[in-house]
Design a protein around this ligand. Structure first.
Ligand SMILES: NC(=O)c1ccc[n+]([C@@H]2O[C@H](COP(=O)([O-])OP(=O)(O)OC[C@H]3O[C@@H](n4cnc5c(N)ncnc54)[C@H](OP(=O)(O)O)[C@@H]3O)[C@@H](O)[C@H]2O)c1
Length: 235
């Protein structure tokens, strides 16, 4: 009987919060994973806590830099030989009224959340084509609803939704699937939060992990292109 090869997933921003929740869920479901962050020591520590180097590869990459993302994909192919799933999750939020929002705040959000998602997809398309793979972006409900103090964040996440949905239309006939997930409040380190009991009402990172696993189990003839997920209660 032919030995079945474990699929490989790459999670950007996989060292904390939602990315870490997705990394954990995929490992539990027989995937090999690569996880990245800007801080390599942190990526190494999280990778070691999750599993052996046969199954978990830590990578230093800043998604604002295309060469970092291209090197990340090259390392994954060197280490695992294939790439089946990419989760463009790395992101940050800076919330201030427009008069207080600095030029650098704007660029950090647009370059990380929007351009970073573009770089991650651009760097991985050719490998995903080979495996008829899956690209999932973690956008936000702030990608379809605007609110005060979020002008820069809204702009970046509206951009992510538009970009990934249009790319989905470009790539679906090449057998690359793209799903855009739009979470509401998730208990993570986002926006300087320290997850604690106060966040018990929110979506937990493992919930997004379960959602990703469920999406990947669907019959390949279907494509859930855009998914909104929110806490079932408001507090
Ligand atoms: N938490 C929420 O309520 C919520 C709701 C909707 C959507 N989201 C989205 O979910 C995604 C994950 O956020 P989170 O809530 O899990 O936040 P988090 O707990 O702060 O984790 C963010 C992760 O992204 C990494 N990261 C940040 N900038 C990066 C960069 N330039 N390059 C590579 N990695 C980078 C961080 O590692 P390093 O610092 O080491 O780089 C960390 O692993 C973001 O796109 C966010 O916009 C969050």
């Amino acid at each position: 009987m032919e030995k079945s090869v474990k699929k490989v997933a790459y999670i950007t921003g996989g060292t904390k919060g939602i990315g870490r929740g997705i990394a954990y869920a995929l490992l539990q479901n027989n995937y090999r994973i690569a996880l990245s962050g800007r801080n390599y020591e942190m990526a190494k520590e999280i990778a070691q806590s999750l599993g052996s180097s046969d199954n978990v590869l830590p990578i230093q990459s800043d998604v604002k830099n295309f060469d970092d993302e291209q090197n990340a994909i090259n390392k994954i192919i060197e280490h695992f030989g294939q790439l089946d799933v990419v989760i463009a999750n790395a992101g940050i939020g800076i919330f201030k009224p427009i008069e207080d929002l600095k030029i650098e705040d704007w660029h950090t959000m647009i370059d990380t959340n929007l351009t970073g998602t573009f770089y991650t997809l651009k760097a991985s398309i050719s490998e995903l084509k080979k495996t008829k793979g899956y690209f999932i972006s973690i956008a936000s409900l702030a990608g379809i609803n605007f609110f005060a103090t979020a002008s820069g964040y809204n702009a970046s996440k509206f951009g992510v939704v538009g970009f990934t949905q249009a790319a989905m239309l470009d790539l679906r006939d090449s057998d690359i699937k793209i799903t855009t997930i739009l979470p509401g409040s998730v208990s993570t380190y986002f926006n300087n939060n320290e997850p604690s009991e106060k966040d018990a009402w929110k979506i937990q990172p493992e919930d997004i992990g379960e959602l990703v696993v469920d999406i990947l189990k669907l019959n390949p003839r279907v494509l859930p292109s855009k998914i909104e997920i929110r806490p079932s209660k408001t507090k």
